[in-house]
Design a protein around this ligand. Sequence first.
Ligand code: PLP
Length: 380
Amino acid sequence: MTGDGTRAVRAGLPVAEAYQPPVPPPVFAAHFHLPGDPSVAPYGYGRESNPTWVALQDAVAELESPDERAEALVFPSGMAAISATLLSLVGSGDSVVLPADGYQIWPKLRRRAEERGIVCHTAPTGGDGQLTALRAAWDRGERVRLLWLETPSNPGLDVCDIAGLAREARARGTLVAVDNTLATPLGQRPLELGADLSVASGTKALNGHGDVLLGYVACRDPELVEEIRQWRTVLGAIPGPMEAWLAHRGLATLQLRVARQAENALAVAHALAARPEVSGLRHPGLPEDRDHALAARQMHSFGCVVSFTLPDRAHAERFLAALRLVDDATSFGGVRSTAERRGRWGGDAVPEGFVRLSLGIEDPEDLVADVRRALADAAG
Ligand SMILES: Cc1ncc(COP(=O)(O)O)c(C=O)c1O
């Protein structure tokens, strides 16, 4: 198997052909020339498929599952991928176990699922909450169709044991989906750990430039893929060709970005650990993090996010205002560092002084100096 950098630079691209461009252009067509029998045609109508998506889907599948071919489907956002996966695979009367502390839109999606007769339970990512929730649902005789994990969780950065949970779930016929947004397929490969589906927002580190929204699901089971593909075709949540093309172009630098961002995150986490006003510091790469041992077993790289809490809201706001190299912005995973006081949204169970910091690809010394200076200013 080739290394991550080699795979990322070529993934999904055609082999070199004389006098052809090395990268296929974006395809904007709604319909294709379609003489004769449409059932044998690879492309007919743009909502079903097009060569630009297929190239990106092949690339994502290769990165998520380098040894055993998976298939991937791309969506116009992470939420489109998540909702298509959940709602196409789970039906009325089925149960699901969802993250209690995942991306803050989950409660709204849960309501949509419940309106459709799906029985929803939630469990925290850390500790053994998911296993407890699963066993309780099995013991009640529920048909638990899907366990949804988000690890590391956003924004709390708790980690759960994908392989252990997938083993338990598989034995009872429960599917496992993992939100792999934060880790990226270079940082964690849920399918190799036994999950059935790896789902992500490509808006974050996968694209990494803060200029595209995208989502995907990768899966090794063709029947599940077909269900989700049909859902996409019927509901029509499809990415534009330019977005797919841009995301594919960005993949060439994914390994460099992921490695540099993880290096920066660890350096800044160490600097934060030395400050008395910082509490609740979390980063899975920190040796003293409570989930570090588990993260080291299942992750290849620990991601670009560090979370921590300053004494109160005003202190956090002073810190964010004092940063010069870190933009006050939501989202994470981009080449430019960003941070925000997460409590401003009101959707996460976090203290008022809680900060989520996403490290970009700037020089580590500059970022550490900027964070140290902003902390001193905010404390002063
Ligand atoms: C972990 C996680 N999953 C999914 C999403 C949704 O992605 P998108 O904004 O691309 O719909 C987000 C967005 O922040 C996220 O953080």
